[in-house]
Design a protein around this ligand. Structure first.
Ligand SMILES: [Zn+2]
Length: 341
């Protein structure tokens, strides 16, 4: 899922997004609650109509942003109080309030309000957050008012594999329409994240969608898919695009690099995207150097297409029983060509 934080995937139109092959878009409850507010989104006919995207949509619960972005927050059993970065007002986000906002926004999939412990955190802190996440999930289920929206539960547990396992088993018993693994990609080492996913994903019902939140890069996705994960969201393709970076067949290129100035080949000869079909590396390099907005649009179109193609190729490989042959190198350390931003 490309990320459309504020009810738009930055620099691309919904029509351009559809052409990348993207099927589902994520939007952020925390950001939309602050601006423009869920009442306006609802007044505009709900998230799909408001932003002109007819495909499936998912909203997160706002929890992750409250825990990671906002200062002056206070966590209690009731919920989280924090100061709005817009107007300084105190906002009280509870499981009930998060679901109420997501019911108003109107995405197809909504997420339970969870407590995402930071990394590092003590076992005691993580255990308390994991247990609270379960109690908050129960409150979310009661608060949820729309049968046309699927409510997914989130497995927390930090880097403690036994806590992850317990949480996954407990959540699976609730027979929710889908499940997510949250609280990863928060600064823990890559190997630890791989272990968390490899431990947790197989414990979630295989017939339900399994979603790894905030991931990923090529390698992270390949590892997670090998463990049974179906859904991802990540800002990387569009964020890197806005930094002038192209993702090309597992690698990343800085288009400001001098070698692209007179390189008239497309970004990727094998890519069918609008950017690769119509423009050269030299042209996009020129746009990036000139800080033209079209640079970010073309790179976003290409990068999203590239990651969607990666998952499409994995799907084809799984169906023809060639996953290990074609993608096994991503599962080992030596297969890592990409670097973290
Ligand atoms: Zn392309």
């Amino acid at each position: 899922m490309p990320v459309g934080t504020l009810a738009n995937v930055k620099t691309v139109t919904p029509a351009q997004l559809k052409d990348t092959g993207a099927q589902m878009v994520l939007s952020n409850t925390y950001h939309l609650h602050l601006q423009p507010g869920e009442a306006i989104v609802k007044g505009g006919g709900g998230l799909h109509k408001f932003m002109g995207w007819s495909g499936p949509m998912l909203t997160d619960s706002g929890g992750f942003q409250v825990f990671s972005l906002s200062e002056m927050r206070k966590i209690t059993e009731e919920g989280v109080k924090f100061r709005s970065p817009h107007d300084g007002q105190i906002i009280n986000l509870t499981p009930e309030r998060s679901i109420e906002i997501q019911n108003a926004l109107g995405a197809d999939v909504i997420m339970a309000f969870d407590e995402c412990p930071p990394y590092p955190a003590t076992r005691q802190e993580v255990e308390a957050a994991t247990e609270r996440t379960y109690r908050w999930l129960e409150r979310c289920i009661v608060a949820h008012q729309r049968s046309d929206q699927a409510l997914f539960g989130i497995v927390q547990g930090g880097v403690y594999l036994d806590l992850r396992s317990q949480a996954a088993v407990a959540l699976a018993k609730l027979d929710l329409p889908g499940y997510a693994i949250g609280g990863v990609s928060v600064g823990e080492p890559a190997e630890l994240m791989a272990q968390i996913v490899q431990t947790t994903a197989p414990l979630l019902p295989p017939e339900k969608p399994r979603y790894l939140m905030g991931v990923g890069t090529y390698r992270e996705m390949a590892i997670a898919i090998a463990s049974g994960v179906d859904l991802f969201d990540c800002v990387i393709p569009t964020r890197w695009a806005r930094h002038g970076t192209a993702m090309v067949q597992g690698d990343r290129w800085n288009l400001k690099n001098a070698k692209f100035r007179e390189d008239f080949a497309p970004l990727d000869e094998t890519c069918h995207c609008y950017a690769c079909q119509n423009f050269s590396r030299a042209y996009i390099s020129h746009l990036v150097r000139s800080q033209e907005i079209l640079a970010y649009t073309l790179l976003s179109i290409h990068n999203i297409t590239e990651l969607i193609r990666f998952t499409q190729k994995i799907r084809e490989a799984i169906l023809s029983d060639r996953f290990t042959i074609e993608f096994g190198h991503w599962l080992t350390e030596s297969g890592t060509k990409e670097q973290e931003d």
